[in-house]
Design a protein around this ligand. Sequence first.
Ligand code: ADQ
Length: 744
Amino acid sequence: MRRILLFILPILIIVTIAFIGFGIFQVRSEETRLFDELMRKAKAVAESMELSVKHALENNNISDARWLVEKFQKRERSQGCVIYNRDGNVVAITGRFSEWKDRNRPYIKDVIASKNARGAIEQFKDYSVYSYVLPITNEDGNIVGLEEVLYDTSYVFTQLAELWKRLSTVLVILVVFIILISLLVQRQIFTAPVEQLTEWFKRFQKGEIDTRHPIKEKGGLGKLASEVEQAALSIRVARRAVSEEATVRIQKEDLWTDSKLKDVVRSKLGENALFIVSNREPYMHVINDISGQAECVRPASGVVTAIDPIMRACGGTWIAHGGANADKKFVNSKNKLGVPPGNDSYILKRVWLTKEEEDGYYYGFSNEGLWPLCHITYTRPIFRESDWQTYKKVNQKFADNILEELPNKNPFIFIQDYHFTLLPQMIKAKRPDATIALFWHIPWPNPEVFSTCPYQAEILDGMLGCDLIGFHVQYHCNNFIDTVNRLLECRIDMEKFSIIRSNIETLVRSFPISVDIGINSRVDRNEKEEIDNIRKECELDGKIVALGVDRIDYTKGLAERMIAIDRFLEKYPAYKGKLVFVQLGAPSRTHIKRYHDLTGELDELAERINWKHKNEEWKPIVYLQRHFSPEEIKPFYRIADICIVSSLHDGMNLVAKEYVAAKNDLNGSLILSRFTGAAREFTDAIQINPYSIEEFADGIKLAVEMPLSEKKRRMENMRKIITDNNIYKWAGNIITDLTTIKKA
Ligand code: ADQ
């Protein structure tokens, strides 16, 4: 708009100045013409009366003189006449100008003296009057008197004002025409070709077209178009070169790092951008209750912990629900923003959901239905038809949001979790060229359990729009293949471990997720200070510290953990006053009754156990119920002599891996539930059955009493596992597998 103004404004200024100049000239000419006409009229009238006035004056006939001036009363309302004797005294005057005689009129004496007629504009009351004075002489040339004809000139000014008004109207019409024509011309010669060029550049960048730019003209725009074409071509060539270089580098490096993953993405996906879809967004903008200011928060979510480093390394677009209360303030017109804040490594696109949609799709179907269905923790899943309908609607909403972002050729979409089972099929139906992977972060139950879901066929069908479905462990892959085989009509290729349905082949693979050991083991600047503060605030000096870090979720075995601490202290009272268990609990899904009840249950349990065992200087449980940033959690991991992960069922459990990654002094023990995915890799952890409180309490004793050398040996083994199998390897393997399938 500013550009258009800059273009139109000078034209408007020039036209307006020219028009005003022309107007002034027109009005001046008209004014001169009207006054000329007035003077001529006044002179003619005076001369036509000269003889009659002379006669009346010579005969000293006052009544004739009065009769003559009164004739003017009947003429135009603006006219008048005054007859003077030879001394300049008024003899007769038209009634409407009667006050004229009280006015100072020095020119009368001049006319008597010079005997020359005089015409001039004079001020009278609040208007001006044209006065024409004619000397009346006898045959001897002596003055017998004077005759003055008066004209009110207001009508001249009224006519001039009318003229100005007409000229202004023409000016306004002209300005409107100029603006319209300029906009039209500007669009035709500037905006339209630039839009064309932009569209071409966008599509050329995405690899959708190979044709030359569409600008035909040779002038400035043509030159600009050629430059743009050169730049686009150079970027393409550079990308290809980077991708080839990346391939060479990958072959040389063994260990997976963020830069190796970046190289894999470049070499395997080339120009095709990476799209991640998840329910939870990696960065939320939340209003701080105390300061009232918006702040950026990383949510407590295993999916976010895992995927964020990948996106930081590779770039791309992450599409997620914008669910925080200040999220809308931080997006652009396309609902996007660069994240992490201040670093802009990748794009986050926020999708908005209504409260009803969030209730039905997220709280209802996903977390009261699918979550308990897949976790065997004896919490009954609830399937409501209305939730299912909303779940379908929201999946479609995400599909629409993704489809409008995709480049025209071979995009790569990586969907996260059970919130989007229908999404793969929805995207595949519109974009069969898209490569789609879904990672299922939670366990997959056996066919009997899954068949209790009333929407089983639609869910499986939706998921089979994928080219690849990943689980943490092989056991869940087997469960999935069994489920599909039992519940759907399809062909299973056991050799490739794939499912073929409606001509789409879906590979099923296990990819054990992990963490970035580098980020987790790095010592931060203020860490020592933070550790001292925590020790002081939680009264941990000289104590054995056991730690739990979880979202408050019934699958995480939080109650079992507290009960095991109680049993441990009962069974081994020598540890009273010596061991403190710190639980960091992030409130989660609190709108769901089961979660709300759990929060109350845990508060009560911690309170009861503390009451039972505490003394004046010590209590066994420190329960910190809030969200912590990853930087805040790390010093707790460093302090902890023992980390307890007691999930009743868990896809993987990243807390176990974060703890091992943070323990670079090797002085720590991990107590790990057998029912986590992590238990398959961490055979050196102290594995427990969280349902068996005796075994659990003994596990704590084993961890407390384990000799340092044994602890170090076990920790070293576990650290080797996550060094080799880190989060970059996880993502790299998925991308490599996918691109291999695509080529086959
Ligand atoms: P989650 O069920 O969210 O993940 P988990 O793997 O343990 O579980 O990850 C939790 C994450 O939240 C960790 O990064 C942890 O540091 C963080 N966290 C925990 N408590 C917190 C607190 N109080 N404040 C802030 N952050 C906190 C799902 C599956 C898992 C699977 C992951 C990844 O349920 O089985 O391991 O996805 O695939």
